[in-house]
Design a protein around this ligand. Structure first.
Ligand SMILES: *[C@@H]1O[C@H](CO)[C@@H](O)[C@H](O)[C@H]1NC(C)=O
Ligand SMILES: *[C@@H]1O[C@H](CO)[C@@H](O)[C@H](O)[C@H]1NC(C)=O
Ligand SMILES: *[C@@H]1O[C@H](CO)[C@@H](O)[C@H](O)[C@H]1NC(C)=O
Ligand SMILES: *[C@@H]1O[C@H](CO)[C@@H](O)[C@H](O)[C@H]1NC(C)=O
Ligand SMILES: *[C@@H]1O[C@H](CO)[C@@H](O)[C@H](O)[C@H]1NC(C)=O
Ligand SMILES: *[C@@H]1O[C@H](CO)[C@@H](O)[C@H](O)[C@H]1NC(C)=O
Length: 384
C-alpha cells in the first residue's frame, strides 16, 4: 500500500521534473540558432511583398479563400495558410518574417526587421525581367527579379547595422533563405508552350545567377544559407492540365506526375547542387545547405494516405474545375472558382502552390528528416 503510494509519488515527481526540464533542455537547442531570417525568392516564400505593392488588390491571390486556414484573410501568401518560411521561423522561435515592402505602406519601423526580412515576390524570376522579355518570355506580376531583391537588401542594410563588424555579426547570425528562385523562369516559358529544349538553355543562367547572389551575400558576411531546389513541377495541376496526355507512359504510375517535367526539375536541382558544392569548396567557413523541396514534396505524392491527403492528389483544392480542378481562366480567388471542404486533405492548393498542410509536412521533412544537406537540425544543435 505504502510502497504503491511512494512509487506513485516518485512517478509524479519525475513527471514534474521532466515537465520542468523539457523546456529548459530543448528550448535553448531550438532557439538561438539564428537571430534572424533573411529571405529571397518567389511565391513559395512571399509573405506579402506583391500584396503590398498592389493597392487595389486586383490579383486572385489577394482574394479569399487565400489565407482562410490560418490567417483567416488573404495576406499575399499563395496558400490557404502558412508557407515553409513561416514554419521555419516558428521552429527557430522567431516571429513570422515580415515582407520588406511593408515598410513603404505603413509606419512600421525598421526595428521590425531585426528578426528577419523577406524580399521574395510572387512571380519573381532569377533572371532579369528585361532579359527574359528579350528572349520572348514575359514575366508575370512583377519585374522584381533576384538582382533587384539583393539590391533592396543592400539598400536597407544601413538601417540594420552601421559598422562592418556589426553588419558581419548580423549576417553571420542570420539564416539566409535563398529561394526557391528560378522556378518562374521556367514556368513562364513552359506554361506558354515553349519547348523543353529551349527552356533547358535557361538552366545554367539561372544557376549562375543564384550562385553570384550567394557569393555577394557571403562577401557581406553571410555564414549560413539554405538553398531550396525546384518542386517536382510534373505533379502540379497547372502543368497536368497544360500537358495532359493520353499516353500513359508519360505519367509515373505511383504518383500520377508527368515524368518529363519532373525530370526537368531534377536537372535544375542537380545543376544547383553541383554549383553549391563548388561554392562550399571556395568558402569552407560558410554553411551552404541544399533544401530538397523536390523530394520533400514528392514523398507526399508517394504516400498520400500516410499523410492524411485523402483528396485526389492530382487535383487542386481550389480552382475552376476540370480533371485537375485547374482552369487558367478561372483561377482560385476568381469568381466561379470553388474551394474544397478540407484543404488539409489536399497537397495542392491552387494549381501551382501547396496547401498549408503540405508546406507543414515539407518543412518537417526538411528540419527533422533527411531532406537537407548537410542536415539543418543537427547544425543548429551543434552550434550551441
Ligand atoms: C491594379 O494595380 C495594378 C498595379 O498597380 C495595375 O497594374 C492594375 O491595372 C490595377 N487594376 C485595376 C483594376 O485598377
Ligand atoms: C504614419 O505616421 C504619420 C505621421 O507620424 C501619421 O500622420 C499617419 O497617420 C501614420 N499612418 C499610419 C497608417 O499609421
Ligand atoms: C515589367 O517591365 C516591362 C518592360 O520591361 C513592362 O512592360 C511591364 O509592365 C513590367 N511589369 C510589371 C509588373 O511591372
Ligand atoms: C546608422 O546610422 C544612421 C545615420 O547615423 C542612423 O540613422 C541609423 O539609425 C544607424 N543604424 C543603426 C542600426 O544603428
Ligand atoms: C475554363 O473556364 C472557362 C470559363 O468558365 C470555360 O469557358 C472553359 O471551357 C473552361 N476550360 C476548361 C478546360 O474546362
Ligand atoms: C531518408 O530517410 C528515408 C526514411 O527514413 C529513407 O527511405 C531515405 O532513403 C533517406 N534518404 C537519404 C538520402 O538518406
Amino acid at each position: 500500500m505504502s510502497s504503491m503510494g511512494w512509487s506513485f509519488q516518485a512517478y509524479l515527481m519525475n513527471l514534474i521534473l521532466i515537465l520542468i526540464l523539457i523546456p529548459v533542455i530543448i528550448i535553448p537547442l531550438v532557439l538561438g540558432c539564428y537571430n534572424s531570417i533573411i529571405a529571397f525568392g518567389d511565391s513559395l516564400t512571399d509573405t506579402g511583398n506583391l500584396y503590398n505593392s498592389y493597392p487595389n488588390k486586383s490579383l486572385n491571390f489577394f482574394h479569399p479563400p487565400y489565407g482562410q486556414t490560418y490567417f483567416h484573410h488573404p495576406t499575399g501568401r499563395c496558400s490557404d495558410g502558412r508557407l515553409v518560411i513561416d514554419f521555419i521561423a516558428e521552429f527557430l522561435g522567431l516571429p513570422l518574417v515580415p515582407p520588406y515592402l511593408e515598410s513603404q505602406d505603413s509606419n512600421q519601423s525598421v526595428q521590425n526587421f531585426e528578426a528577419g526580412v523577406n524580399f521574395a515576390v510572387v512571380g519573381a524570376t532569377a533572371l532579369d525581367a528585361a532579359f527574359l522579355e528579350e528572349m520572348g518570355d514575359s514575366t508575370a506580376f512583377t519585374n522584381n527579379s533576384l538582382s533587384i531583391q539583393l539590391e533592396w537588401f543592400k539598400q536597407m542594410l544601413p538601417s540594420l547595422c552601421n559598422t562592418s563588424s556589426d553588419c558581419n555579426k548580423l549576417l553571420s547570425t542570420s539564416l539566409i533563405l535563398m529561394g526557391e528562385i528560378g522556378g518562374n523562369d521556367y514556368n513562364n516559358a513552359l506554361l506558354a508552350g515553349k519547348s523543353i529544349e529551349k527552356v533547358q538553355a535557361y538552366v545554367p543562367l539561372v544557376i549562375e545567377t543564384i550562385a553570384s547572389t550567394i557569393n555577394e551575400l557571403i562577401e557581406l558576411g553571410a555564414a549560413t544559407l539554405l538553398v531550396p531546389g525546384n518542386f517536382p513541377i510534373g505533379c502540379l495541376p497547372a502543368y497536368l492540365t497544360k500537358y495532359e496526355s493520353s499516353d500513359k507512359n508519360q505519367y509515373d504510375p505511383s504518383t500520377g506526375c508527368l515524368n518529363w517535367l519532373n525530370k526537368f526539375s531534377g536537372y535544375h536541382n542537380d545543376q544547383l547542387q553541383i554549383e553549391l558544392s563548388r561554392i562550399r569548396r571556395l568558402h569552407p567557413q560558410v554553411t551552404i545547405i541544399y533544401a530538397d523541396y523536390y523530394n520533400a514534396m514528392l514523398q507526399l505524392y508517394q504516400s498520400p494516405d500516410q499523410f492524411g491527403f485523402t483528396g485526389e492528389t492530382s487535383k487542386a483544392c481550389c480552382g475552376g474545375g476540370g480533371p485537375y480542378n485547374f482552369n487558367s481562366s478561372v483561377q482560385c480567388g476568381n469568381a466561379g472558382a470553388t474551394v474544397c471542404e478540407n484543404p488539409s486533405q489536399f497537397i495542392n492548393w491552387d494549381g501551382m502552390h501547396c496547401t498549408e498542410a503540405a508546406y507543414r509536412l515539407m518543412t518537417k521533412a526538411l528540419l527533422q528528416g533527411n531532406y537537407t544537406f548537410p542536415r539543418l537540425a543537427s547544425l543548429c544543435v551543434s552550434q550551441m
